[in-house]
Design a protein around this ligand. Structure first.
Ligand code: SOE
Length: 378
């Protein structure tokens, strides 16, 4: 099939720049979609690094100023995979230039930036998408199907956590590649905007909107040196964040994220308990969905562990044969496949900037509540 080119301009060559580039390169090998991503240009601040990245991943051009990508008539999509402090400015300029805009999570550093981004794409009438990739883990998409089919009945509880341990040492500096996440000026917030944003996005997707929250945050290491300037700086991000929430459907929830849970690298787990069924998932065992259904014969009733690798499971018939697993990088390939399919139909692939703004309202309420000590509306 002759495919229409979709010309990509990527901003950022770090961890996320690699996951996105891999997805663009792989999607047409596995998914029958009308578009073919064409890697036109990549932009990053360091000339040598961005050129090396372009050569490795097959981008035609390397630039050091994102404005060149936004101005280019040869680019259809601006994909923002650079640190959070760059998201709003680039996204708004790209929307105004009529580009499709893709952005890594979280949307902006705060609610104000995030709102401006959602407004800008809507005003310009361009498509947008935020890379909340965990929605596209086949087991998580299966959970969404089961909830939408009404199998759980009335939902009582939602529980999510995302635990890491990479910032426990006070010697870990802030700033520079990856470590910008520890600088509030660049990141906006700590684990709330970085890790809980994933949990909140999936939670809203599965269980509807969150009405109010009460939260506590903590910064365990108060001072770190900058990897760029060497100077000591106050740490202003939240190292750990926990909150209780009420969903609009009346269910109660607990959420927790930290980078201080020794032994946990990326333990994202979620659980939903309904009147008729419960669902649980764990990123460290990402191809399995745990499911319990009360209506079964009571002698045989129990938690089942579904190995989500059958052709009937979401996305899986595009991959290998039943029983063979896929992984983290595939979630980004699925997101690109959905983007290309929806573009064909003239619809945006979710989550759009407007969808993702719902997460930012919750992040903002969590941070406000941690300050006020009260329940806050989202
Ligand atoms: C932080 O360590 C991080 O890389 C997040 O920024 C990602 O969004 C998450 O998926 C994995 O952890």
């Amino acid at each position: 099939m002759n495919k229409k080119p979709l010309r990509i301009g990527l901003v950022g060559y770090g961890f996320m720049g690699r996951t996105h580039s891999n997805a663009y390169g792989q999607v047409n090998h596995f998914f029958d979609v009308a578009y073919r991503p064409e890697l036109k240009a990549v932009c990053g601040r360091d000339r040598a690094k961005v050129e090396a990245f372009a050569a490795r991943w097959g981008y035609e051009k390397a630039e050091t100023d994102w404005r060149a990508l936004v101005a280019s008539k040869e680019i259809d999509v601006i994909d923002i995979a650079s640190p959070n402090d760059t998201h709003a400015e680039i996204a708004i300029a790209a929307a105004q230039a009529g580009k499709t805009v893709l952005c890594e999570k979280p949307l902006g550093r705060n609610l104000q930036e995030s709102r401006a981004m959602a407004d800008a794409v809507e005003k310009a009438g361009v498509a947008s998408m935020v890379w909340y990739n965990y929605r596209r883990v086949p087991a998580v998409t299966l959970a969404k199907q089961l909830v939408d089919e009404g199998r759980c009945g009335r939902v009582f509880h939602y529980r999510a956590k995302f635990l890491q341990d990479w910032t426990i040492s006070a010697k870990v500096p802030m700033d520079g590649a990856g470590l910008w996440r520890l600088n509030a000026d660049v990141a906006g917030s700590g684990v709330t905007g970085d890790l809980l944003a994933h949990c909140i996005d999936t939670a809203i997707w599965l269980n509807g909107s969150i009405a109010e929250v009460t939260a506590a945050t903590e910064t365990f290491v108060k001072e770190r040196s900058s990897a760029v300037t060497g100077e000591k700086r106050e740490v202003k991000i939240d190292d750990a964040s926990a909150f209780l929430a009420r969903f609009a459907n009346g269910s109660l929830a607990t959420f927790e994220a930290t980078r201080y849970a020794r032994g946990h690298k990326a333990l994202y787990t979620l659980e939903l308990n309904g009147e008729n069924a419960s669902i649980a998932w764990d990123l460290h065992d990402l191809h399995r969905l745990q499911y319990f259904e009360y209506s079964e014969d009571s002698r045989l009733r129990g938690w089942r562990s579904i190995h989500v690798t059958e052709g009937e499971h979401p996305y899986m018939k595009q991959w290998w044969v039943p029983g063979l697993q896929i992984g983290y990088e595939h979630t980004f390939i699925h997101q690109v496949a959905d983007l290309l399919r929806e573009l064909e139909k003239g619809k945006p692939a979710g989550p759009t900037f407007r969808d993702a703004l719902a997460t930012e309202y919750v992040v903002d309420a969590v941070l406000r509540s941690a300050q006020s000590g009260h329940w806050e509306k989202c």
